[in-house]
Design a protein. Structure first.
Length: 220
């Protein structure tokens, strides 16, 4: 096997590991919100426990990228792909951290009755996870147009967050029960963490545009 063929084989392997990490991040975001909706502390703890695995995946991919950059000295498009992967795994790791934060909120709320039906937060999660999935598909396809379309959906998640924030503030103003007021604050944080996940999906989209065009565009 030529060194060039070995390089591309290793690069393909890193690409697959990136997508594996992304798929796991999608799963933990969904599970964190499922745990909150059902007040299921077992699922919440599983999300928290998965964080170490995701940290290890990030480190493995990072080492692989640095290894190829140092030993193969890739040029042009290959170097751009490696640096893009390095950036994307950071965004994925931060998405996972936000999922863990939501799971920790589940543990804090415990078996309390929710102050309102949990409709908005699952919708935000669905929209945010879809953005993550489509941004990663844009990486696979090297599709800058699809990446830009993902970034354009961030405004919808922002509106959902703003509407829920206003609703929860209204509940807090009219309620004198400290436990319910605290829960409203926790739900605000959960929504904010989902909004941040969508922001990281935008980052991935921007990195795809850079990968394909070589130009940096601010899309979020």
């Amino acid at each position: 096997m030529t060194s060039r063929q070995q390089f591309h084989d290793e690069l393909d392997a890193l690409h697959r590991k990136l997508l594996e990490m992304g798929s796991l991040v999608e799963d933990v975001v969904r599970e964190s919100v499922d745990s909150l909706a059902a007040r299921d502390t077992t699922v919440a703890q599983r999300v928290i426990d998965t964080d170490d695995r995701l940290d290890a995946m990030e480190l493995e991919i990072e080492r692989g990228c640095i290894h190829l950059i140092a030993l193969q000295q890739p040029m042009a498009a290959d170097l751009r792909l490696l640096t893009t992967i390095l950036k994307i795994i950071t965004d994925l790791e931060r998405m996972a951290d936000n999922a863990v934060n939501i799971a920790e909120i589940t543990l804090r709320i415990g078996d309390q009755e929710l102050v309102k039906p949990l409709i908005d937060i699952p919708k935000m999660a669905e929209a945010s996870v879809a953005m993550v999935h489509d941004a990663l598909q844009a990486v696979v396809d090297k599709n800058a147009t699809a990446a830009r379309a993902v970034c354009a959906r961030d405004d919808m998640v922002d509106r959902m967050y703003a509407d829920l924030f206003d609703e929860l503030v209204g509940i807090m103003k009219s309620d004198t029960d400290p436990e319910r007021v605290a829960q409203c604050a926790n739900l605000m944080f959960a929504a904010r963490f989902l909004e941040r996940i969508a922001d990281h999906a935008v980052n991935v989209g921007e990195r795809v545009v850079y990968l394909v065009t070589g130009k940096r565009e601010k899309l979020g």
